[in-house]
Design a protein around this ligand. Structure first.
Ligand code: ZN
Length: 97
């Protein structure tokens, strides 16, 4: 009985860690989601992003990329307008304006 309870707890913790990891990965990769049916881009964990039909899902590597295609930031999850200020030193700075 006790053991079962413990296992369940561990499962919950693992799940939480996994979700955190996924969220962190998404944040680090600077990924944003949009739908071809709308002109808004979201953080992948936004409740509206989750409603996007996979058939219409578009992924952007950066806010600039999304804006380039005429998308604007969601007012609910408020993704950045620019990737500047976001701490992703991974993306190269070779901006070709
Ligand atoms: Zn959103």
């Amino acid at each position: 009985m006790l053991r079962r309870c413990f296992v369940r707890k561990v499962n919950v913790i693992c799940l939480a860690l996994l979700i955190l990891l996924l969220a962190a990965t998404a944040a680090l990769s600077g990924e944003f989601w949009g739908s071809i049916k709308s002109d808004v881009y979201h953080y992948p964990d936004c409740r509206y992003a989750k409603k996007i039909d996979p058939r219409y899902l578009l992924k952007f590597a950066s806010p600039e990329q999304a804006r380039d295609k005429g998308y604007r930031p969601c007012k609910v999850c408020r993704p950045p307008y620019e990737s500047d200020g976001a701490e992703d030193g991974r993306s190269s700075r070779g901006s070709s304006s």
